[in-house]
Design a protein around this ligand. Structure first.
Ligand code: ATP
Length: 225
């Protein structure tokens, strides 16, 4: 699809998150969306300071190490550590501005679960986000689009929603696209709780890649205090 396109114009997708820890839900929604929307590159981007949520259980270095293990061998997936290496909070508007400065011509697509998107109107400089990237909103079990969006966010949603996947790669920013992935009944919270409760490896292997589980065991992460 982009065979003749110069690399500086190729779409770049980002899945931001805490990844505490990364799990199969993250890897699958990223891979599936990349295949469906023909995105050549999806970067998983761990946040340094969890500005939207409580403190994580693993350090930034540990979350980064687990992400690298998770994407090893996954075509098109990589890890971008820019939020961990800068000394300002992980505000998505600043992250997107840095990506836009680095890649002036590339369409930027921020992949986001509907659970996170519903609260985006509390993010730093949130209206600016749509001037920097498209937002690809992914379904997540237990959350529905019809769940109350704030009036301001609903207005943005109505104005920017597109049915055209092509619009996401033909323009550089500004659209919201609802994309349906295979439902993934997995959350990092549930994984942390399951490990803290003393679960065996057998009950965890369906939730996250084996090398990530081995890393968690080796570093004794998420065990009850
Ligand atoms: P926690 O349970 O700690 O909140 P999480 O499992 O939601 O973690 P995050 O790192 O917070 O993982 O999520 C990063 C991004 O991936 C968010 O946009 C989130 O909505 C999305 N996401 C995570 N898990 C799923 C899933 N199972 N289905 C769809 N989207 C998901």
């Amino acid at each position: 699809m982009f065979a003749d396109a110069p690399p500086q114009t190729l779409p770049l997708a980002i899945l931001g998150g805490t990844f505490d820890p990364v799990h199969w839900g993250h890897v699958r929604i990223a891979s599936e969306t990349a295949a469906a929307l023909r995105l050549p590159e999806v970067r998983l981007m761990p946040s340094q300071v969890p500005v939207h949520r409580a403190a994580p259980g693993a350090t930034g270095d540990q979350r980064l190490a687990m992400l690298k293990l998770a994407v090893a061998g996954a075509p098109g997936l990589s890890v971008d550590d820019r939020e961990l290496t800068r000394d300002t909070p992980s505000y998505t508007a600043l992250t997107l501005a840095s990506l836009r400065a680095e890649f002036p011509q590339r369409p930027l697509l921020w992949l986001i679960g509907i659970d996170a998107f519903m609260h985006i109107n509390h993010w730093y400089q949130w209206p600016r986000l749509f001037e920097l990237a498209h937002f690809v909103v992914l379904n997540r079990p237990g959350f529905a689009v019809s769940q109350a969006l704030s009036p301001a966010l609903n207005e943005v949603w109505q104005g920017r929603l597109t049915q055209s996947a092509g619009a996401l790669t033909q323009t550089k920013h500004g659209h919201i696209f609802l994309h349906t992935v295979t439902p993934q009944m997995i959350s990092a919270t549930a994984i942390r709780n399951t490990i803290a409760a003393g679960a065996s490896d057998n009950s965890l292997v369906s939730l996250l890649p084996r090398p990530v589980l081995a890393y968690i065991r080796a570093h004794q992460l998420y065990r009850a205090a």
